[in-house]
Design a protein around this ligand. Sequence first.
Ligand SMILES: Cc1cc2nc3c(=O)[nH]c(=O)nc-3n(C[C@H](O)[C@H](O)[C@H](O)COP(=O)(O)OP(=O)(O)OC[C@H]3O[C@@H](n4cnc5c(N)ncnc54)[C@H](O)[C@@H]3O)c2cc1C
Length: 383
Amino acid sequence: MDMRHQDIRDSVRQLCEDFPGEYWREKDRDRAYPTEFVQELTQSGFLACLIPEEYGGSGLGVSEGAAILEEIQAAGCNGGACHAQMYTMGTVLRHGSEDQKRMLLPGIASGELRLQAFGVTEPTSGTDTSRIRTTAVRNGDDYVVNGQKVWTSRIEHSDFMLLLARTAARDEGERPHDGMSVFLIDIRELKGKGLEIKPIRAMINHATTEVFFDDMRIPADTLVGEEGKGFRYILDGMNAERILIGSETIGDARWFIDKASAYACERTVFDRPIGQNQGIQFPIARAYAQMSAAKLMVERAADLFDAGEPCGEEANMCKMLGSEAAWAAAESCMQTHGGFAFAEEYDVERKFREARLYQIAPVSTNLILSYIAEHVLGMPRSF
Ligand SMILES: Cc1cc2nc3c(=O)[nH]c(=O)nc-3n(C[C@H](O)[C@H](O)[C@H](O)COP(=O)(O)OP(=O)(O)OC[C@H]3O[C@@H](n4cnc5c(N)ncnc54)[C@H](O)[C@@H]3O)c2cc1C
């Protein structure tokens, strides 16, 4: 298969060799953060690839970022532990003040600071972001924040967090999404001072939490960009996120396909390799075809993004197609392994659980389909 950015891929692959299945199994079992892996990735500069050189990063594009994350997943590792460190800073880079950028970006580039948490989702307003209830009310030189977020991942392993809160009521603006603002908050200073974090034990090891804000005071200069425009800023970052997560799903699909093909050749039942049966071959071959098509869409979306062209359609489609290809591959790998798929030591069950996430987060398949139906095909808005 044609592989872009082969040098980057080779280095990532080499790094991942030090983190075999055994390492991830142990982290998964203990629901522990893969600190050593994240440190290695940080020190190698991979997580700073999208930060411009003037702020200490390597100034590469989403296309290179995608190659990095794809290889991590294809090696059986899990970039979900830190992928947001790569792209969350994009909101500050594009909309933050020069002071915010100077305070944050060089630290992220050197690995001293982590900004890999973002709080958008709330318990009562999942996909419908316009209904978030967390408020930030201006009070002198501060804002006072009250409310709750859910599924805020990696916050326990971040220094800063991007927080979306309402600074004006939903019915006050022209559109429902007006009146939300983004804040860049310093978790280290706020923990125990109105900020409480509760881990959620989930199906996968994703360091995800619930976060509570109780009269949490934050300085007014934590506001990113203009008050009330936060939703637009978050949306701006979503295309990069979708492309990068799309690339992770391609990596997942590759891992499942490689694992399934190898096992199909090796496992002998009825005196012949199970891979000689078309019933075993075809689902793996089909998943390969799906993955290859989705990979082209990831590359197309990344090229458009890096050229500064509109790419909402491609970014959404590559995430959806990739997550479905990964799932088809996961299913074929599971079936090919038979009972052994259930044994932890094969890593299939862990990857199977992990790969399922991307049809739901960061945006679910239905929401992507409704985007295509409405914004690409011009059909009526359905909600
Ligand atoms: C492990 C994990 C990590 C996460 N990390 C983060 C994070 O770091 N930060 C963050 O802010 N969020 C995070 N999320 C939240 C994630 O983005 C949401 O779960 C996701 O956007 C879906 O929202 P919801 O769960 O509230 O689903 P809901 O909005 O309740 O939707 C439930 C189902 O109904 C469907 N649905 C809803 N409305 C419609 C409609 N109009 N038409 C058709 N179908 C519809 C959806 O597609 C979905 O399948 C994470 C979630 C998980 C599971």
